[in-house]
Design a binder for this molecule. Structure first.
Ligand SMILES: Cc1cc2nc3c(=O)[nH]c(=O)nc-3n(C[C@H](O)[C@H](O)[C@H](O)COP(=O)(O)OP(=O)(O)OC[C@H]3O[C@@H](n4cnc5c(N)ncnc54)[C@H](O)[C@@H]3O)c2cc1C
Length: 417
């Protein structure tokens, strides 16, 4: 079921897209409308991974969206990724959210890592690892996942990861457990965040390692069921690592670099929000089309003539524009070592997108009415998917508020003691 016939891109029709961005947006707009949207209902109902959507994206070269052009990818920057992801989210939230995990693995270990301080030796070894990972994506169509959640304080950035790696001949041995690993049924490699366990030393966030574990590595098990409220097609089951060996080239970043990235490139944690920007847009698109009597299988009564509906749509439009403008500003801001205003704006953008996506889905159902929430229509899925956004660590809605409050009131190093 197509939600809308309006072809306007997620950024609005007057946003100054580059030539590359326009071409990519046109491509994903077509894929989303013609292929992802019609498949979304069934995938959601069955909690099945969108393999067909990934086959389409693989064929279209989108798995290499953020792989540098020198390695055969599109070389998309942060803002381009965010725009493309939001456009996908408009048609299938679970595809966009899992696409985030894959593409951002290549973004973090590619473009983002170029901004970090590395020794010559680290840069040389990173380049050879990059070559291996990017080659897998471009030549083999490999999919990477990003499991970091463990159910403790680590994913919030408040403690070292409890999944650990010990040095072994030519590589690392990994043990531990990850929860909510999106793409658990589909990824060829899991980009695992874990802490180096050093003899006689406490675990430290500075010793975080970022290692790609092949899905069939001995000692790795995918376990548990997956039957959640929303984002059902992400299939985010648990991963258990029992002394899993990976060679040195499994590194997605050199030792110590993840900690530097997390400290200096905060927008790396805002990359889940484009999915929900897309859902917010979809809830609005649906409402307009529904009130105009244009949703197939409903009507033929139009409801747009009632003043209450017009006011409700105006309220939704204002909320959508507030959200979109913060989104567009924040994705243009993304850079290494941002200023305090830029960093706080990123938290505010993430908070606004996640909270407003839910609110727009709520307003859409209230405005359109009872028939609009039937399972035969996409709105109730948008409502359930939207609910998940503000729960995503490390920047949950609560933690964004926490950070804004603290960082607005305290300069680095300040205490009240
Ligand atoms: C659909 C979906 C897909 C997901 N996919 C992935 C994935 O691919 N990879 C991945 O790593 N994770 C993924 N996650 C997990 C997600 O990022 C969170 O880790 C998870 O939702 C946290 O659930 P929890 O109950 O363990 O949260 P808890 O850690 O129990 O936290 C509950 C709430 O308490 C607050 N809180 C937590 N820690 C602190 C703290 N130190 N200080 C103050 N407040 C705090 C936060 O607001 C948080 O929302 C996914 C989640 C969903 C819903």
């Amino acid at each position: 079921m197509l939600v809308t016939d309006h072809p306007m891109p997620i950024c609005g029709d007057d946003y100054p897209l580059t030539v590359k961005q326009r071409a990519l947006m046109t491509l994903v707009h077509r894929l989303g409308r013609e292929s992802f949207a019609p498949r979304a209902t069934q995938l959601d109902r069955d909690a099945q991974f969108p393999f067909a959507n990934y086959a389409d994206m693989r064929r279209a070269g989108l798995l290499g969206l953020c792989v540098p052009e020198s390695h055969g990818g599109h070389g998309a920057d942060y803002a381009t990724y965010a725009l493309v992801s939001a456009e996908i989210g408009r048609y299938c939230g679970a595809t966009a959210l899992t696409f985030n995990m894959h593409v951002c693995t290549t973004l973090w270990s590619g473009l983002l890592s170029e901004d970090l301080d590395m020794s010559d030796e680290q840069r040389a070894s990173h380049q050879s690892c990059q070559h291996l990972h990017f080659d897998r994506v471009i030549r083999e169509g490999a999919i990477y996942a990003q499991p970091f959640s463990e159910g403790g304080a680590a994913a919030a950035g408040a403690a070292p990861f409890g999944t650990t790696a010990v040095r072994a001949e030519g590589g690392w041995r990994i043990s531990g457990k990850k929860i909510f690993a999106s793409l658990s049924d589909a990824a060829d490699y899991f980009g695992v965040l874990c802490t180096e366990r050093k003899p006689d030393t406490q675990l430290s966030r500075r010793d975080t390692l970022y290692l790609a574990v092949p899905r069939h590595a001995p000692g790795l098990t995918v376990e548990g069921t997956w039957d959640p409220l929303g984002m059902r097609a992400t299939v985010s089951r648990n991963l258990v690592f029992q002394d899993v060996f990976v060679p040195d080239e499994a590194a997605l970043m050199p030792q110590g670099l993840y900690f530097q990235a997390a400290t200096r490139w905060p927008h790396m944690f805002m990359t889940l929000s484009p999915t929900y920007m897309g859902i917010a847009q979809a809830a609005y698109d649906f409402t307009v089309a529904y009130l105009r009597g244009e949703i197939a299988g409903t009507g033929p009564v139009k409801r747009r003539q009632f003043a209450t509906k017009q006011i409700a749509v105006a309220e939704m439009f204002i909320k959508l524009e507030q959200t979109r403008n913060l989104f567009l500003r924040a994705i243009e801001d993304a850079r290494v070592d941002p200023s305090k205003s830029t960093r706080l704006r990123a938290y505010a953008a993430q908070y606004t997108i996640m909270e407003n996506a839910q609110d727009l889905a709520r307003l859409a159902i209230r405005t359109c009415g009872g028939q609009s929430m039937l399972k035969s229509l996409p709105l109730e899925r948008l409502y359930r998917d939207a609910r998940c956004g503000s729960l995503m660590l490390p920047w949950t809605a609560e933690l964004c508020m926490d950070r804004i409050g603290r960082e607005a009131l305290y300069e680095p190093g300040e205490t009240d003691a």
